[in-house]
Design a binder for this molecule. Structure first.
Ligand code: CDP
Length: 241
């Protein structure tokens, strides 16, 4: 299946070309990074749990009519995905104030944001992913006004689906990041939806259940990732010893 061509290696995933036109291979590695790559590590099994949760959510979104790049599972840490022309935006949906919102703006940690707030950053590590607004996105000609509207509406729909599902599991969806791409002019969800890209709190205790455990040394990252992955998928993820 895999030919040797490595297309792109990011902080936690590697993309390979496949022999099938229009299909790419996305490998979830065990690497973990935070603070713009300032903190780095490797955790055995992390790639598998993120791959499993992403697969679960992609299937859930597809079943709700929301297009994603997911095609099929190749192994416990590798997916076949549709090749997209990626849009260099990070779409962050926030239900509760945390992270950069609290650091940079006068929000209180834990403050409920109702309606949810969408923040869009430019995906550009060399510029540290600066925050954009609609006018800047259009002036930079990143997407059209209609595409931007589609992206925002889709992000809010995804938020409703994930928030409701997670709340039934006793997990509060604080915020999460999406990336979108285009295939034949259709906008689709790309990248991943995992513990690396979501901020999740235990609804009862407020404990972090995501990459914040790694960012701020809040506990055992792998125990957290494994527990959350099993909780989200109802035990569907492969156990990594
Ligand atoms: O978490 P941090 O302070 O770095 O940034 P944030 O803007 O508060 O992040 C909001 C949400 O988007 C968190 O769930 C992050 O994990 C996620 N995010 C991400 O996955 N990738 C980024 N490059 C930036 C944010």
């Amino acid at each position: 299946m895999r030919d040797a061509t490595l297309l792109y290696s990011g902080k936690a995933k590697t993309i390979y070309r496949s022999e099938e036109p229009g299909l790419l291979i996305m490998e979830f590695r065990d690497d973990i990074t935070a603070f713009d790559g300032g903190k780095k590590g490797t955790m055995k099994g992390k790639g598998t749990y993120n791959c499993c949760v992403s697969t679960y959510f992609f299937r859930m979104l597809e079943s709700q009519g929301i297009p994603t790049h997911f095609m099929r599972v190749l192994d416990d840490h590798t997916l076949a995905v549709r090749a997209l022309s990626m849009i260099p935006l990070e779409i962050i949906v926030r239900n509760i104030a945390a992270g950069s919102l609290v650091r940079n703006l006068p929000f209180r940690e834990g403050q409920v944001l109702n309606p949810p707030v969408i923040v869009i950053d430019l995906k550009d590590d060399s510029r540290h992913d600066p925050m954009l607004n609609d006018d800047l996105i259009l002036a930079l000609d990143i997407v059209s006004a209609a595409e931007l509207q589609t992206i925002k509406q889709t992000a809010l729909r995804i938020n409703e689906v994930l928030k409701k599902f997670l709340s039934q599991k006793g997990i509060t969806l604080v915020d999460f990041k999406l990336e979108f791409g285009k295939s034949d002019e259709q906008i689709m969800v790309g990248d991943e939806i995992s513990m690396d890209s979501m901020r999740l709190w235990d609804t009862h205790t407020g404990t972090s259940l995501d990459k914040d455990v790694y960012r701020f040394d809040k506990g055992d990252v792998m125990i957290t990732y494994r527990t959350v992955a099993m909780q989200i998928t109802g035990g569907e993820c492969e156990e990594v010893k």
